[in-house]
Write a new protein. Structure first.
Length: 85
């Protein structure tokens, strides 16, 4: 169980930090009030757009970190069934 928690931390923490950096970089160049979807402004406040985009960035970074964690696992770890708990 400790191994799973540690691996989850290896995925969540770096992806969180990357999402923070990407959020700062994107919104340093893009004004949230200028964001449109299909020609119409989004029905979100600035704070709402910041929040939604942060979670999108975090999810994308989590996918990347999870893939890296999967590729770093040995063949035995990948093919071993669960611990039965």
């Amino acid at each position: 169980m400790k191994r799973r928690i540690r691996r989850l931390a290896w995925i969540l923490w770096p992806s969180f930090l990357l999402a923070c950096v990407v959020e700062m970089l994107v919104f340093a160049m893009v004004d949230p009030s200028d964001v449109h979807w299909r020609g119409e402004p989004l029905p979100l406040s600035r704070q709402g757009l910041y929040t939604a985009s942060f979670f999108v960035f975090w999810i994308l970074a989590m996918g990347s970190s999870a893939l890296t964690a999967l590729l770093a696992m040995s063949r035995r770890e990948v093919n071993t069934p669960g611990d039965g708990a």
